[in-house]
Ligand binder design. Structure first.
Ligand code: DDQ
Ligand code: CA
Length: 265
């Protein structure tokens, strides 16, 4: 039955317009789908360099890579030591999000408008591409690079040219979610850090709807006593292809955590 016929039949039955039950069938449904609540539980802890201002974290060809900000670097991490296995410094360039398409690494810059493309072992910078706007987080999904820029919009780019080919607005119960930072495309969703928050959003890439809000405050509590900067916030999510293991860290954090997502009670 259409909504208008509902109203008509309710009136026909003598239902009052101000009566609550009569309102319920004609009320607009809430926009989007109510998100599920999850909690990130610590499974294991590994060393992480306290000079690493983490802006991007991703697995590439079986190894974990990190992009760090301020004086930018690209590094290959190990689980044994905070010292990178391999690192290249980018001078004064503030590098940001990092994604892998399996063959290449793509690294954003915050305000410089430069995308670096790396390939080979160890990675070598093979290309620099200009783009408009800020670069915060980056991940690779369905043949496209997904970029956050601090707003509620995720922009999709063609990897070769970095041409923008679409975008989606991220909303939670219909409300735009801004400050989206590091990203991870895995398990059919986009995981996004929110700058200065200990929650991670799980986003439907097709609609931008937030499907789940993940409370990662266990991790923040585990390192809080060792943090020395207001900017040492949760940032960095990587899911290992094949095993599905999920890792999270933060800027200037002494540890990188393997986590397991559980439904909150
Ligand atoms: N971002 O991650 C939100 C994209 C950038 C965070 C930068 C925080 C440091 C502020 C210091 C500015 C010095 C140029
Ligand atoms: Ca990531």
């Amino acid at each position: 039955m259409r909504k208008s016929s509902w109203v008509l039949s309710l009136y026909a039955l003598g239902a009052s317009a101000s009566c609550a039950p009569a309102h319920r069938p004609v009320a607009e449904p809430p926009e989007g789908v109510a998100p599920v609540r999850k909690v990130a539980r610590i499974v294991a802890a590994y060393p992480h360099a306290t000079d690493a201002f983490t802006q991007g974290l991703v697995f590439h060809q079986g190894q974990l890579f990190e992009s760090t900000g301020h004086r930018g670097t690209l590094r290959q991490l190990s689980f044994e030591s905070a010292r990178p296995v391999w690192m290249e410094s980018l001078g004064d360039i503030f590098t940001e999000g990092l994604a892998s398409d399996g063959e290449r690494l793509y690294q954003l810059t915050w305000t410089e408008g430069l995308l670096f493309t790396w390939s080979g072992t160890p990675p070598r910078r093979e290309r620099t591409t200009r783009y408009a706007g800020e670069g915060w987080g980056l991940c690779y999904w369905d043949g496209k690079l997904v970029r956050s820029d601090g707003s509620a919009t995720l922009t999709f780019h063609e990897p070769g040219s970095f041409q923008a080919v679409g975008s989606v607005e991220v909303t939670l119960n219909g409300q735009p979610q801004e400050q989206l930072n590091e990203l991870e495309c895995a398990n059919g969703v986009i995981y996004a850090n929110v700058w200065h928050s200990s929650s991670v959003l799980e986003i439907d890439p097709a609609t931008g709807n937030v499907l789940a809000v993940i409370d990662a405050s266990d991790l923040v509590r585990a390192v809080a006593a060792e943090l020395r900067s207001e900017e040492a916030v949760l940032n960095g999510i990587a899911v290992e292809p094949g095993t599905g293991r999920m890792f999270m860290t933060g800027k200037l954090w002494p540890r990188l955590f393997e986590v397991r997502l559980e439904l909150a009670d």
